[in-house]
Design a protein around this ligand. Structure first.
Ligand SMILES: [Zn+2]
Length: 73
């Protein structure tokens, strides 16, 4: 099965620069505070900071589902 469209959905879609920067800042912060753990809480609208995901999955969720707007910390 050709999965190149998934790659394109993540990397080719037009993303507001501010959102992209916000995601990058969050990932840096989260990884820095994960103390070597391979999983972090996912702040997307689907997980709502309740579920632990790997960095890669969190990154994908933030592009697919957006940040949970109630997530402030
Ligand atoms: Zn998520």
């Amino acid at each position: 099965m050709d999965k190149s469209w998934m790659h394109c959905r993540i990397h080719c879609s037009k993303m507001p620069k501010e959102y992209e920067d916000g995601v990058e800042n969050f990932m840096r912060f989260a990884i820095a505070n994960a103390e070597g753990s391979s999983v972090i809480r996912c702040p997307c609208t689907k997980c709502m900071n309740l579920f632990f995901r790997t960095h890669t999955v969190v990154l994908e969720h933030l592009y697919f589902y957006d940040f949970d707007v109630s997530y402030t910390t």
